[in-house]
Design a protein around this ligand. Sequence first.
Ligand SMILES: [Fe+2]
Length: 199
Amino acid sequence: MKLTSEKALELLNEARGMAKDDYWIEHSICVGNTAAVIAKALNLDEDMAKTLGYIHDIGKRNGYGPGVIPHGIGGYEYLLNLGYDEDYVSICLTHSYLNNDINCVAGGIPNKDRYKYNFVKDFVKEHEYTILEKLINLCDLMCYKETMTMEKRLINLALRYGVFSNTVYHLTEAQKLKQYFDDMLGYNLYQLFPDIIFN
Ligand SMILES: [Fe+2]
């Protein structure tokens, strides 16, 4: 089944009040809207970009943090059970990991004991990321509840969660990802967001 940004927004709004806070919903809307701006500049499918951004963290509807099923696999299973196509659902699993590597993630190397670790590791390794999926990975690193530079967001994450053995690896791949889109546009993509100098 296909998914639209309108329906994705409905799914987000249905989830309000379910987790310990709704920060993740404002963040998801920011990711979708930010991705749509860049998609438009690249003549890509804006509504698909927005849709993927809106649903990437949908697994957080069931809560998040220690002792809860990780939001990636949780969101993936939730949307598959609703009958949505893999083209949409895969973003739940792929959005946190750069370079097709489960270890290239913010917040430290994932624990191998976590729910369906091997399935997620293999999925991420074998998945051919579409341009829009790469774009969501970038926009996830450019959004808190509002759009900001990736560098500011990454510094905020490090200050909040600390640095880990894989932090330099993740930062290096994040820089490559932004450069990939800058190169495709032919200019620094921050020019699309003049307000971020105030954030
Ligand atoms: Fe996110």
